[in-house]
Design a protein around this ligand. Structure first.
Ligand code: ADE
Ligand code: ZN
Length: 322
């Protein structure tokens, strides 16, 4: 058995971003939509930088027009994750792509996703929980609608609230109302920070949004005081090394700061972010980290223990999946 065969916990996976290009092409074909501009000749997603990635992502999401598309997508994602040894995953699901922030529509989408998750659990042995996500570049008013959808459906399955999107727009604190609303509904909190924003964005997130996890967070390494603050607070980073390499933050895995953050005492976990966009899987992330840093089965077991402890699910689920 190699490290890549170990059972895995994944905390950072975007639902639309996990859609295989062939899946999106098939739906586009069925709906007679022309999405040829977002694919390369070899069939993979075509983007040149982070902001272009976000617009290709949104263009691909346009074929996901109803609950049935999300049911099919959820089954496809979970089959692939399970094939990579993932036993528990949390995915980011956005009301902006699931009914446009309308609560009634959102509940229909959510029911379809949960239904597919139940089917996948029985068939593939993988457990999914949802983290409702607002999209930062859609602005604070749109985020409020996402937060209200999240608050209204909070429970055993919708377990968290988060924010993705373009970190270059607005500040974390501009979204405090939405994060407060989600927290008051009992949801656990995470936000993307320290990916394309620097250490100040991570500081803004932990101080002004009160999140316990950070999506990426890797640029905290540029500020030693912040690294200490993350250790003291016990903030957990959802690190996605393959995503960071493809989007040009670091030239390769060896130059990635995940090992330095871990060695400084920061709680790090590993995820794929948007696997088909970044030509990765959880299996590949493990293989690449093992190659770059010599991490062995004990290192990955510790990583998974951190991830499971930081998962937003209830304790009964945590015990069942480990
Ligand atoms: N949405 C999907 N992937 C993302 C990423 N890597 N950063 C910010 N928002 C995202
Ligand atoms: Zn992400």
């Amino acid at each position: 058995m190699t490290v890549a065969d170990l059972p895995k916990i994944e905390l950072h996976l975007h639902h639309e971003g996990a859609a295989p290009p062939a899946f999106i092409r098939q739906l586009a074909h069925e709906k007679k939509m022309d999405l040829s501009g977002i694919f390369r000749a070899d069939g993979s997603y075509d983007f040149r930088d982070f902001t272009h990635f976000l617009s290709v992502y949104e263009a691909a999401s346009e074929v996901l027009t109803g609950p049935e598309e999300f049911r099919r997508l959820t089954l496809a994602i979970l089959e692939e994750s399970a094939a990579n040894g993932v036993v528990y995953t949390e995915s980011f699901i956005s009301p902006d792509f699931c009914g446009g922030g309308d609560l009634h529509a959102w509940k229909d989408y959510l029911a379809a996703i949960q239904d597919a998750a139940g089917e996948a659990e029985a068939k593939f042995g993988i457990t999914l929980r949802g983290v409702v996500t607002c999209v930062r570049h859609f602005g604070a008013e749109t985020a409020k609608k996402a937060a209200q959808c999240a608050a209204d459906t909070a429970g055993d399955w919708v377990v968290g609230f988060g924010m993705g999107g373009n970190e270059g727009m607005f500040s974390q604190g501009d979204f405090a109302w939405s994060f407060d609303c989600a927290r008051e509904a009992g949801l656990r909190l995470t936000t993307h920070a320290g990916e394309f924003g620097g250490p100040e964005s991570v500081r803004d997130a932990v101080r002004n949004l009160g999140v316990e996890r950070i999506g990426h967070g890797v640029r905290a390494i540029e500020d030693a005081d912040l690294v200490h603050e993350l250790v003291d607070r016990g903030t957990v980073l959802e690190v996605c090394p393959g995503s960071n390499v493809v989007l040009g933050l670091y030239p390769n895995f060896s130059a990635h700061p995940i090992a330095r953050l871990r060695d400084a005492g920061v709680a790090v976990t590993v995820s794929t972010d948007d696997p088909p966009f970044f030509h990765t899987t959880m299996r590949r992330e493990y293989e690449m980290l093992s190659k770059a840093f010599g991490w062995d089965a004990d290192d990955f077991a510790a990583l998974n223990a951190t991830a499971l402890a930081a998962a937003f699910c209830d304790d009964a689920t945590r015990e069942r999946v480990q």
